[in-house]
Design a protein around this ligand. Structure first.
Ligand code: NZQ
Ligand code: ZN
Length: 383
């Protein structure tokens, strides 16, 4: 077991109706908020109306920035920061999934000293202060609501990268599972893949901690149990609630306590697909994870076998990888690039991007040759 610090300052409100306390909680941060949201799902489904009502009825003035796209871009954050500064807001409220929350996180780091979002992402400017952030989650997937990470894309530099900073923790997050009833089938499935992938990144990370590995296996089991159920009954509160909590638990720190840190190589592979083809994050991971496991059979075979044993009582490495593929297929998330509409003529571009961005993992580094092999597995699949 490694030395570790367990720290998570997010006050998390979970359950039916929790958004009704948003206004009262927000008041402690001031009287003016920037409300950030996405392309329209929260307006269409009434979440926006309730959030606005909660804030305004508590006497909080609201200015808005909307239109954040899935796989968010730094330009939107720049614009949001300008609006926030012009209006001298006291806090930011993010209403949406990971894309909105991540954009809002970087905005809160830039607002106090007018930093440039991309310069913050590449650590050219170091934030020293953050505007308080509150989040209202509408999609179970990333865990962003209870962690200090954010991921943004920059098409000018050809990068999709993550940023982690203790100032990026939301102050409070509000998770009402009924807000996820309307998530479409495909994004529900991608969310389930994403939480499994987060647990796997931790599992394949550096260091060993038995209890933490048991948390990891339990999170994967929960996601695999409730994922298919929620697809059958999207408005079942209990199913949605269990999926939502699994998503938060998969990336709120708990899965690396006593370990060093996660591997994150597969996320590097997936980010290249999202950057080049706008593949939804979870879909990129159901393609990349089985391919990565095939690539790592020599180096990580024992770990894959132990995982297969814990999940399916199956310690054959290839059968375990096949089981992951079967699960992803069963929830209709793609496992090959072609299924995401990316034909083989794109192979070289993907490899080029992975080489340029040096996609790699902490525990299992990848070189240019391995980028080629793993991309071929993403197309062919055969071992
Ligand atoms: O834009 P709107 O109209 O709101 O629609 C969104 C979007 O199209 C829709 N949606 C969200 N909630 C909904 C809903 N539709 C109906 N009903 C609802 N309740 O779903 C679509 C996807 O939303 P998005 O926020 O992009 O999804 P997700 O939560 O999966 O976030 C993905 C982003 O998070 C990053 C990913 O790389 C990607 O950019 N990640 C962030 C992490 C973190 N901060 O810790 C870790 C992850 O590994 C991940 O990298
Ligand atoms: Zn992820």
């Amino acid at each position: 077991m490694e030395n570790f610090v367990a720290y998570n300052p997010v006050k998390l409100h979970f359950g039916k109706g929790v958004v009704d306390t948003l206004g009262q909680e927000a008041l402690q941060y001031g009287k003016k908020a920037l409300l950030m949201y996405g392309k329209g799902s929260s307006v269409k489904n009434g979440y926006y109306d309730n959030v606005l009502k909660q804030l305004t009825s508590s006497g909080i003035e609201v200015v808005e920035y909307n239109g954040i796209k899935s796989n968010p871009i730094y330009e939107d954050v720049e614009k949001a920061v300008a609006i926030a500064r012009k209006n001298e807001v006291d806090m930011v409220v993010a209403l949406g999934g990971g894309s909105v929350i991540d954009s809002a996180k970087i905005a809160t780091l830039c607002i106090p000293a007018n930093l440039n979002p991309w310069h913050v992402m590449i650590r050219q400017q170091i934030p020293e202060k953050a505007t308080p952030l509150l989040t209202v989650l509408t999609l179970a997937a990333t865990g962003s609501e209870m962690n200090a990470a954010a991921v943004l894309q920059n098409h000018k530099t050809g990068q999709k990268i993550g940023f982690v900073h203790p100032l990026a923790y939301p102050k409070q997050s509000f998770l009402d599972p009924t807000y996820t009833f309307s998530v479409p089938r495909n994004y529900t499935a991608y969310g389930v893949v994403d939480m499994i992938a987060h647990a796997l990144e931790a599992y394949f990370g550096l260091g060993t901690a038995r209890l933490t590995d048991k948390f990891i296996v339990s999170i994967i089991q929960e996601a695999m149990h409730y994922g298919p159920l929620v697809l059958k009954e999207p408005e079942n509160y209990d199913y949605r609630a269990n999926v939502m909590w699994a998503g938060t638990a998969a990336l709120n720190g708990m899965t690396t306590w006593g370990k060093k840190y996660g591997d994150w190589g597969v996320h590097g592979l997936g980010h290249e697909l999202s950057l080049q083809f706008d593949v939804p994050h979870g879909a990129s991971l159901s393609i990349a994870y089985p391919a990565w496991m095939k690539l790592q059979i020599e180096k990580a075979g024992n770990k894959i076998a132990a995982l297969g044993q814990a999940l399916w009582g199956e310690s054959d490495i290839r059968a375990t990888i096949r089981n992951f593929e079967n699960f992803f297929e069963s929830i209709e998330s793609p496992i090959r690039l072609q299924q995401a509409g990316i034909d083989v003529d794109k192979r070289d571009n993907i490899i080029k991007g992975l080489n340029a961005n040096k996609a790699s993992g902490f525990a299992y580094p990848m070189n240019d040759k391995e980028h080629q092999t793993v991309v071929d597995f993403m197309y062919e699949g055969a071992l």
